[in-house]
Write a protein that binds this ligand. Structure first.
Ligand SMILES: Cc1cc2nc3c(=O)[nH]c(=O)nc-3n(C[C@H](O)[C@H](O)[C@H](O)COP(=O)(O)OP(=O)(O)OC[C@H]3O[C@@H](n4cnc5c(N)ncnc54)[C@H](O)[C@@H]3O)c2cc1C
Length: 414
């Protein structure tokens, strides 16, 4: 019998590990608890809207190398629209002011000197905040590292970091913020072009990965929740699925790519982040106005980012725990009023949907960093993957994909 690698969880981390392992010629079986792959990065048919939507708008940046390499491997890189430049239109709902941040492609950030490219009202000295974040002390919050006030903060840094960390920035990890900035904004505009899956998350990130795994001799099994792991000495010995038990041969290995609470239930003494943050998305069924940008940043509103898709407008609100106990109707009505202002739309609210992901990501707090484990565990044939493992990044697709790669490397080299 050839060596069998079991990947538990078909989110981005599990799919990334399975794709890498399958590409190395290893025999891979993916086990997913739910009826579909994608985890927190998934598409589904929404009956209220009568169309397929994503559970949440997912943005990746052109400076996310692992994600782009993953997409190239599964053959869907071309499905992710790449704009010609790193342009981020913004609106301040309190004043009605609009501006566009346009980072130049090269590494020398001359855009910060050019009116029409930089943040209106921001002083040049404020941009030093980016450097301070990149040199932040381990364990420091963003609030301890930079001044969380002033035009640059409220008009660029706060919206950017709220989205990247899914955590109110003042309390967020300065090191994680610094890592994001280092790899994107500070690496020049060619590394921070916003890439949006206009064809839906499933069609870009998920479906082609499942096809790739199957085409390379692997299997992806749905409605297959791992209920227990049996351990013997220094290794995992069996996978318990409730209705079936799978005994592991001496060479077999397991990638556990499930969120922290599931991993902690399965692995004795497993450490991991314990605080999470919500994301709320509002979707409105209508053709976007022709002049609306694919993505607009919003200041001084409940709405944080507005995305325009074919047949749909969609709003993202990160670090949204305070909105969880508001009624869906209240949220839809208030957000629609803002969308109408941003996109200059008159008329009644179209069909809508509110999607609340309560535990969208772990809270990117400094204290969470110390709890994030590496891929290897105390058991020689069990490795971890997931956006919550020690990737050096906040909970993102890029972090999840890198974690899958690390897990695959740990197994391939074992
Ligand atoms: C609304 C929303 C918006 C987001 N926006 C962005 C964005 O703009 N950009 C970005 O980069 N990131 C974004 N993220 C974060 C990104 O989605 C996650 O970081 C990434 O998808 C996490 O992947 P993962 O594989 O680590 O975890 P998950 O996606 O949680 O995958 C874990 C999988 O394991 C399965 N599972 C759990 N327990 C078991 C078990 N016992 N047996 C078998 N299977 C099990 C689950 O069903 C799931 O499919 C967003 C997340 C949300 C929720």
């Amino acid at each position: 019998m050839s060596r069998q690698i079991h990947v538990v969880g078909a989110g981005m981390a599990g799919l990334s590990a399975a794709v890498r392992l399958a590409s190395c010629g290893l025999s891979v079986a993916v086990h997913e608890a739910t009826a579909q792959a994608g985890g927190r990065c998934r598409s589904y048919y929404d009956a209220a809207l009568g169309m397929e939507i994503d559970n949440g708008n997912h943005l990746v940046l052109s400076g996310n190398p692992a994600t782009l390499a993953y997409l190239a491997t599964i053959g869907s890189r071309a499905s992710l629209a790449t704009p010609p430049s790193a342009s981020f239109p913004f609106i301040d709902l309190a004043t009605g002011e609009r501006w566009t941040v346009r980072a130049n492609d090269g590494i020398i950030p001359w855009w910060i000197f050019v009116p029409g490219r930089r943040v209106p009202g921001a002083r040049l000295g404020e941009y030093l905040a980016f450097g301070k974040l990149m040199r932040a002390k381990a364990g420091a919050t963003i609030g301890e590292t930079i001044s969380c006030s002033g035009p640059l903060y409220s008009r660029l840094i706060e919206p950017l970091l709220t989205a990247a960390l899914n955590t109110e920035p003042r309390s967020g990890s300065a090191a994680l913020a610094g890592a994001v900035i280092r790899e994107t904004l500070a690496a020049g505009g060619r590394n921070c072009r916003p890439l949006i899956a206009h064809k839906g998350l499933h069609n870009v990130f998920v479906g082609p990965a499942v096809q790739y795994i199957v085409a390379h001799g692997g299997s992806v099994n749905f409605a297959r929740r791992l209920r227990g792991l049996a351990f013997e000495g220094d290794h995992a010995a069996a996978l318990e699925f409730g209705d079936a038990s799978v005994r592991l041969a001496p060479d077999d290995a397991v990638v556990l790519a499930v969120p922290p609470p599931a991993a902690q239930a399965l692995v004795p003494g497993q450490q991991g982040p314990t605080e999470f943050r919500a994301i709320v998305n509002a979707h409105f069924r209508m053709e976007p106005p022709i002049d609306l940008a694919p993505m607009t940043g919003v200041v001084n509103g409940m709405t944080q980012w507005l995305f325009a898709y074919p047949g749909r407008l969609s709003v993202t609100i990160s670090a949204a725990d305070a909105l969880l106990d508001r009624s869906r109707e209240e949220l839809a009505g208030r957000i629609w009023a803002e969308v109408a202002q941003i996109a200059k739309i008159a008329g009644a609210m179209p069909d809508w949907q509110i999607v609340r992901e309560r535990r969208a990501t772990f809270a990117a707090l400094p204290q969470a960093e110390a709890t994030r484990p590496g891929a290897r565990t105390a058991w020689r044939n069990l490795v971890l993957a997931g956006d919550w493992t020690r990737t050096g990044l906040p909970a993102t697709i890029e972090g999840a994909v890198r974690s899958g790669e690390s897990a695959a490397r740990a197994i391939a080299s074992a």
